[in-house]
Structures are given as C-alpha cells and as structure tokens.
Design a protein around this ligand. Structure first.
Ligand code: IMP
Ligand code: MG
Length: 176
C-alpha cells in the first residue's frame, strides 16, 4: 500500500459546532412533528449519532445500506440496496441522513426509492457536499459543509473501510 499523509480539513470542534446549528434548524423546521431518520450505512453512522442528540423533536431511526463504490475512490454509477429498512415509511416525515454528496448518484437513486414508499414528506441532510463533482442534479435540503474536490476520511468516512474512527475530517494524500 502506498504511504498516505493526513491533513485536517475540519476539526472535531468545528464539526460539533456545525452539527448543533443543523440540529437547531431541523428542530425548528419540524416543530410539532416527529421525524423518521434514515441513516445511510456505513458512512453516516457517526454523523447521525451526534446529530440526533441535538435534535429536540421526537424521532425514530432506521438504516439502509447501499453500494455505489467498490474499494475505489471514484464512483461506478451503479447503486444497489445491500440492506433495506425494517419499517414502513408511509405517512412519515422522513429525513435521509448521509455523510457526503459527491457525484449525487447515490442520493438521486435513494431519494426516488424512498419517495416511492409514500412518506408524508422527504428531505435530505448531508454533513458534506462536494458540488464540483456532481454528475446528476441533486441538492440536499440541509448541508453541514461544502468542501472542495478532495477525498476525505474520518468522522465515519472511509478509505477502503479504514479511518472511520478519526474524530476530525481529514484529507488523505499519497506521499508519492
Ligand atoms: P455519490 O454517489 O458519488 O454522491 O457518492 C456518495 C458516496 O460515496 C458517499 O456516501 C460516500 O460513501 C462515498 N464518498 C464520496 N466521496 C467521498 C470521500 O471524499 N470520502 C469518503 N467517501 C466518499
Ligand atoms: Mg455514504
């Protein structure tokens, strides 16, 4: 394996501050309602765990796993459901929780798939967005940070299933 060097892009403190703001905005928007959060495995697990502790409206969570990437860092464009939700979404106020929107292919597919399950409303929150990489038109309703076109790891995000446990979001650079 080529040696990699890490550089912090967003610190744990900056992430926490922004998540509190997002949670406050979401709590305001859904006041008087209850939320059904759909976490996208595995990358969004850390974000979802922190986000729900700052949301003040009642909520339920469930998880879906999709694959669009192999162990590569470029999108194949193929999206498949690997693990489906356990509960019906009919009549619920659903918020998809994603780690990062890159080409937009994953969320474009997921949004349509979940919309077809007849929720009362459907929105998307992503921690990170790389707008420069978009291949399909997709705009998240809530976004933590727009970032440049760099491959990032940490805070749930992986490179070949590693580095998810880092508290900061880092850029991974090859040293050669
Ligand atoms: P999209 O379908 O191209 O928008 O890709 C979305 C998925 O690709 C995300 O949910 C991540 O799992 C993965 N991904 C995209 N960019 C990165 C990155 O910079 N680091 C880690 N994973 C990424
Ligand atoms: Mg993901």
């Amino acid at each position: 394996m080529t040696e990699k060097k890490m550089e912090v892009m967003l610190s744990a403190g900056e992430i926490d501050k922004r998540i509190r703001e997002l949670a406050a905005e979401i709590s305001r928007d859904y006041e008087g309602k209850s939320l059904f959060l759909v976490g996208v495995l595995k990358g969004a697990v850390v974000f979802l765990s922190d986000l729900i502790r700052y949301i003040t409206v009642p909520l339920e969570i469930d998880f879906i796993a999709v694959s669009s990437y192999g162990s590569d860092t470029t999108s194949s464009g193929i999206v498949r459901i690997q693990k489906d939700l356990e509960q019906s979404l009919k009549g619920k106020d659903v918020l998809i929780v994603e780690d990062i929107v890159d080409t937009g292919l994953t969320l474009n597919y997921l949004y349509r798939n979940i919309q077809s399950r007849q929720p009362d409303s459907l929105k998307v929150v992503t921690l990170l967005d790389k707008p420069d990489r978009r291949k399909v038109d997709f705009n998240p309703d809530y976004c933590g940070f727009a970032i440049p076109d760099r491959f990032v790891i940490g805070y749930g995000l992986d490179y070949d299933e590693n580095y998810r446990q880092l508290a900061d979001i880092c850029v991974l650079n090859s040293t050669d």
